[in-house]
Design a protein around this ligand. Structure first.
Ligand SMILES: NC(=O)c1ccc[n+]([C@@H]2O[C@H](COP(=O)([O-])OP(=O)(O)OC[C@H]3O[C@@H](n4cnc5c(N)ncnc54)[C@H](O)[C@@H]3O)[C@@H](O)[C@H]2O)c1
Length: 252
């Protein structure tokens, strides 16, 4: 158990990549704080089946709300004391092109993906991780944040829309900023950038994998294993890095 006795906060833990990440970190011994808008009951069942002595806390609310974020961090700290790992995973993905997308859609993706990541980082680092002189922050961005997203064939709509791509690009830049500001305190900040991965976000969307080196779309466990590396004490000399987990979709 690499993470025995540590506490990990995972946002978007009700489904998909976040659910698998919470499960894996729990299996590695971490106390897990599951944050989501929706009930995490399915994730909690899997966690308890995998480890009968699993320790967890469920915090339900909207991560775009600064007061909710502060309250969730306070509950986690009151329950477990030190907070070691933060995984900013919850996300939304609008797919409409510039011609039809609305300001509400822009705000939703920017606030869920980028603003909430900032809110969680700010709430957890100085009151907790800096004091402890230890922390592992992992932001789940996307290859869309690196390549600007992919326009769907023949339409202006995308497999990921402009707000999604911009918000994931913001997460990538923020990852590097945070790495630079906090390295001296024993805190690392890295990002996992998934390619297409099976989840609610990708359900019903066609992905052509013929150009990928590995000819399948990802599964949440592919992403969770990468998160585990960055969450582990052993990754302490790696910071500000963006790890693409995309089956060899893009290089360089
Ligand atoms: N699945 C993919 O192909 C893929 C590719 C690249 C990046 N990602 C990123 O991975 C992350 C996880 O996505 P997923 O594929 O597991 O999707 P998912 O829809 O299964 O999970 C997203 C979770 O975030 C939660 N959430 C959304 N908005 C929230 C809010 N305002 N407050 C609290 N919780 C909220 C949802 O309830 C859901 O449980 C996202 O950031 C996504 O952008 C996914």
């Amino acid at each position: 158990m690499k993470l025995k006795g540590q506490t990990a906060i995972v946002t978007g833990a009700a489904s998909g990549i976040g659910a698998q990440t919470a499960l894996l970190l729990s299996q590695e011994g971490a106390n897990v704080v599951l944050v989501d808008l929706n009930s995490c009951s399915k994730t909690l069942t899997a966690i308890q089946e995998a480890r009968t002595d699993a320790v967890f806390l469920e915090c339900l609310g909207d991560i775009r709300d600064p007061e909710f974020v502060k309250a969730a961090i306070a509950r986690a700290s009151d329950t477990f004391g030190e907070l070691h790992i933060l995984v900013n995973n919850a996300g939304t993905c609008g797919r409409l092109g510039l011609d039809t997308m609305t300001l509400d859609m822009w705000d939703r993706d920017m606030d869920t993906n980028a603003k909430a990541t900032f809110l969680f980082i700010q709430s957890v680092v100085y009151p907790h991780m800096v004091e402890q002189k230890y922390g592992r922050i992992i932001n789940i961005s996307s290859v869309s944040g690196l390549n600007g997203g992919v326009i769907s064939g023949g339409t202006k709509d995308g497999r990921s829309g402009p707000a999604y791509a911009a918000s994931k690009g913001a997460m990538i830049a923020l990852t590097k900023w945070v790495a630079k500001e906090l390295g001296e305190y024993g805190i690392t900040c890295n990002s996992v950038a998934p390619g297409a991965t099976e989840s609610a976000i990708t359900a019903g969307v066609e992905y052509d994998v013929s150009d990928q080196a590995i000819k399948r779309i990802g599964i949440p466990a592919d992403i969770a294993e990468a998160v585990l590396y960055f969450a582990s004490p052993e990754s302490g000399y790696t910071t500000g890095q963006i790890l693409k987990v995309d089956g060899g979709y893009s290089f360089g």
